[in-house]
Design a protein around this ligand. Structure first.
Ligand code: ATP
Ligand code: MG
Length: 567
């Protein structure tokens, strides 16, 4: 009853289950009322949108409860880790809007403490050196229903273990020849408790400690203890670590000197349809040239999303909208696209760009005349002001905004019909020209001078309004139309099939379009709404002589209506 009521109360206050636990702990005065979390990436790749879910939680909880959040690089495996990744991780967390101040730590900061702890366990008879191969050790682990087999080295005397472990570390033995194992329980129903390997020999130099160590702790032996060394109060991680928790607790039992211990709480991972979220698989895409690097705008990495035109706010809003639970689920990528549309609707100026041009000639417009017409930057936000765009006798409209023989409900341009040119005049189609195959080459219209803004017929209504650019003034631009990287909703969900089998062959289409001239002053990553087309941003590779725009998202969700999102 009581539980139920506090549950309802938490929901009302918008608390997720983790925040509710943290508040309970604070109410009970645990850990001297400290809240201290950490975000622990392994620097073996770039961060992706799944990591954003963890980052928003780790930093968000600290923010909400006046606590701290550490950045800790989990660099226990010297083979896969690189400083390039460390730098990108820092940049991406800052970009998302979070800061760890001076608290940047590395699992390798604790190699000494972890080594001493391992020596301690050996002395207490709680760890031993096993000379068997890792294959054999794996075989002896048993299955969840069949207990494991004890290693013949399990009862080695502590002195012998100590001397062997020291020799492992001094480089006396080859990789793979021996490991250090915790001595727990080979019959435990929890497989992780069956004498897990805690140290292995690796002779590859470490990016921070060089050749100082020849033994390296396993992730499971480092993670919980690093939390403990840093005074972490709430160690938040994804659900797959739930079964590791008893092991982490067992290590902390051996270390603990007072009441303090980190509390691990697991939550559901972020999974997205049409997307792969695994650093290993993303690295394959980069290495095999399936994409143009980690920051390719089709990648679900934070740097890829940034280059695509996603804002940190949109990612945080998306993460908040899906929430944190104990149940694994696959989220619809259209929710992410919804979040960026909603954000850019507020902040992106509306501009004119024609992606598939058709020339319209205004037969009654004076030759050589140019006008500067005023237009508002964003109807959602008047503070964004106004600008002018040049108008002249020849303009481009979108090819599919004209039809020779339109159906009844077509309200765009057609012979004899009128449309308004956005922020300009009403025009009427009087003629058009085709080639021998019947392709439309040019359209001829008259314009009505009285319909100009401020003119007597400025308010005259017609059914269609088209975007346009002046042929004389428009700038040519390379337009990169990105689409989903995979055409299958669950690319990793096919047994025995590489997700790369399901790459969408049309995930990038490059075309040449025309944009209004003011865009030559835009800066890398500036956002725009190309009116009636979609959201775009200026690619960082753009130069004044070669403008490049990336499509962030089309204006509407065309996928959910079962169509490919074309231009
Ligand atoms: P990957 O499978 O992509 O390699 P990882 O879990 O191995 O991811 P880490 O660098 O170890 O990557 O992750 C750092 C933190 O981010 C961990 O606490 C992890 O639980 C969390 N994390 C990773 N992927 C996701 C995800 N998809 N959703 C939520 N949190 C995630
Ligand atoms: Mg990991």
């Amino acid at each position: 009853m009581n539980d139920n009521r506090s549950g309802e109360n938490n929901l009302k206050r918008g608390l997720n289950f983790i925040e509710a636990i943290v508040e309970e702990d604070l109410k009970e005065g645990k850990n001297g009322n400290r809240v201290h979390t950490r975000f622990p990436p392994e620097p073996n790749g770039y961060l992706h949108i799944g990591h954003a879910k963890a980052i928003c939680l780790d930093f968000g909880i600290a923010e909400r409860y006046g606590g701290k959040c550490n950045l800790r690089f989990d660099d226990t495996n010297p083979i896969k880790e690189e400083t390039e990744y460390i730098e990108s991780i820092r940049e991406d967390i800052h970009w998302l809007g979070y800061d760890w101040e001076k608290r940047e730590y590395y699992a390798s900061d604790y190699f000494g403490q972890l080594y001493n702890f391992a020596v301690d366990l050996i002395r207490k008879g709680l760890a031993y050196v096993d000379d068997q191969s890792s294959d054999l050790i794996a075989e002896q682990k048993g299955t969840p229903t069949v207990p494991g087999i004890e290693s013949p080295y399990r009862s080695r005397p502590a002195e012998e273990n100590l001397s062997l472990f020291e020799k492992m570390n001094s480089g006396a033995f080859p990789e793979g020849s021996r490991v250090l194992r915790a001595k727990i329980d080979m019959a435990s129903p929890n497989m992780h408790m069956r004498d897990p390997i805690i140290y292995r020999i690796i002779k590859h130099p470490h990016h921070r400690t060089g050749n100082r160590w020849h033994v390296y702790p396993m992730y499971d032996f480092a993670h919980g203890q690093c939390d403990y060394f840093e005074g972490i109060t709430h160690s938040l991680c994804t659900l797959e670590f739930e079964v590791h928790r008893p092991l982490y607790n067992w290590f902390i039992d051996q270390l603990q000197t007072d009441d303090y211990r980190p509390r691990q709480i697991e939550f559901n991972r972020l999974n997205l349809n049409y997307t792969v979220l695994s650093k290993r698989k993303l690295l394959e895409l980069v290495k095999e040239g399936k994409v143009n690097g980690w920051d390719d705008p089709r990648m679900p990495t934070l740097c890829g999303l940034r280059r695509r035109g996603y804002t940190p706010e949109s990612i945080r809003n998306f993460v908040a909208s899906i929430g944190y639970t104990k149940v694994e689920a696959i989220n619809d990528v259209s929710l992410l696209e919804f979040a960026i549309r909603e954000d850019l609707n507020k902040r992106a100026p509306r501009v004119m760009a024609v992606l598939n041009p058709l020339k319209v000639i205004l037969t009654n417009y004076p030759e050589g005349k140019t006008e500067e017409l005023e237009t508002i930057n964003n109807p959602e936000d008047e503070s964004m002001g106004v600008r002018t765009i040049p108008f002249s006798k020849e303009i481009y409209i979108e090819r599919d905004d004209f039809m020779e023989d339109p159906p009844k409900k077509y309200f765009r341009l057609a012979p004899g019909r009128e449309v308004r040119l956005k922020s300009a005049y009403i025009i009427k189609c009087v003629d058009y020209k085709t080639d021998e195959q019947g392709n439309i080459l040019e359209v001829y219209c008259t314009y009505d001078e009285t319909t100009r803004s401020g003119g007597p017929d400025a308010d005259r209504k017609v059914k269609g309004t088209l975007h346009w650019v002046s042929v004389l003034h428009a700038l040519e631009a390379e337009i990169r139309l990105y689409d989903r990287l995979y055409s299958d909703p669950d690319p990793s969900g096919h047994r025995g099939k590489d997700p790369k089998t399901f790459l969408n062959p049309d995930s990038l289409k490059i075309i040449t379009g025309y944009v209004e001239p003011g865009l030559k002053n835009s800066k890398p990553l500036d956002h725009f709404q190309f009116q009636r087309v979609g959201y775009f941003n200026l690619d960082p590779d753009s130069t004044p002589g070669r403008l490049i725009f990336n499509r962030t998202v089309p204006l509407r969700d065309t996928w959910s209506r079962g169509q490919a999102s074309g231009t």
